[in-house]
Design a protein around this ligand. Sequence first.
Ligand code: ARG
Length: 459
Amino acid sequence: VNGKLWGGRFSKQSAAWIDEFGASIGFDQEMAHEDLEGSIAHAQMLEKTGIISADDATKIISGLQEIQEDLQNNKLEFKASLEDIHMNIETILTSKIGPVAGKLHTARSRNDQVATDLHLYLKNRIPEVISAIQSLQVILVKKAADNIETIIPGYTHLQHAQPISYAHYLLAYYEMLKRDIDRFMFNVKHTDINPLGAAALAGTTFPIDRFYTTNILGFNDTYNNSLDAVSDRDFVLEFLSDASILMVHLSRFCEEIILWCSYEFGYLELDDSYSTGSSIMPQKKNPDMAELIRGKSGRVFGHLQSLLTTMKGLPLAYNKDMQEDKEGVFDTVKTIIPSIKVFSGMVETLKINKTKMLHATQQDYSNATEFADYLANKGIPFRQAHGIVGQLVFEGIQTGKTLQEIPLSKLQQISPLIDEDIFNKLTSKEAVARRNSYGGTGFEQVKFQVDLAKKELNL
Ligand code: ARG
């Protein structure tokens, strides 16, 4: 006996520093609430099935409820020598109600207990993530509604490609976030399953009722296979993967904010409340928050990679390696929710320099496709039209003229099909307005998509 809850077959104590190494209490206390909830449900089930007496159940449950209160009042003290949240709570329970506390662990193992806690933990947090994303969507769609006719350069390869509506740009992120929500919703399906009662790995000889705990814990489903129940961390991997993809989206947007706030672009200006200054350069206004969100994507990706690597070589069923699953998840939750919130405020207060953005589309050749389309509309095969306009761009670059600055007489030498009306077609406003193919950047299309998004968000 070595004084541990599992110490019966041991004749020696481990050193405190070794206990410390093996302990998870430093971080799994994050799930104290879920652990208590799971234990209360388990005790209720033990009573209902007659595995423990009503009297014992009452003692256990009121003891656990007292611990819930202590938890809320920050009165619990945890010890590394007790390894994890499960054994800390069981020990506290014993100190409150005596040896009857030992009946709580009937027909249960820490393996199904920790899995239950983690399922409950994520089940409780995913809706918070989803609702933060939804609030961000509302901000994007409102901003889009105000900017349907705001024109910005559209880029490919970070080179001016074709002018687009700023609303169209914002709605692209709205769509990405919609898929993020879909993914988190799907993640709920695999999180909302009850592993409790799988015991160590094989189930139990006690006449437990797994569906009863499924019911009280509010789970939607019950694991069919006890081995799978204790060794499955797919739901965590999914969460980390969904969180990573979400962070990719925020990070790309942040990258554009950072670029577009630079002197060279000057399309955007961050609100002072989302910027920082320099300790040496008095003129500086830095997009720290955008950079930090871009930077934090790295740690979230890291957590995904870390758990994939932890899990990939594990034989069934539980292995202590799996204790490494938790810190990354907790950190991910604590990273993505504030990231979404800071990002939301930053975008909501972002100032747009419409003149500068429009200007950037008027001194370039991003209307070259318009010209080629114009010729193609007159019956010239598009490939040939492309060649003609390419030649004009070449000459324009030599002479320092944009396409719209080339005189009509010069244009008509190239093709008599070109008319005065070409100049209207070459304005960026027309270029954007006329792109009304489904999902295109044409004002009518964008207006349609804004309305659709508003309907989706009940705005
Ligand atoms: N602290 C452990 C974890 O986080 C709990 C489960 C321990 N089970 C065991 N058989 N050692 O994974």
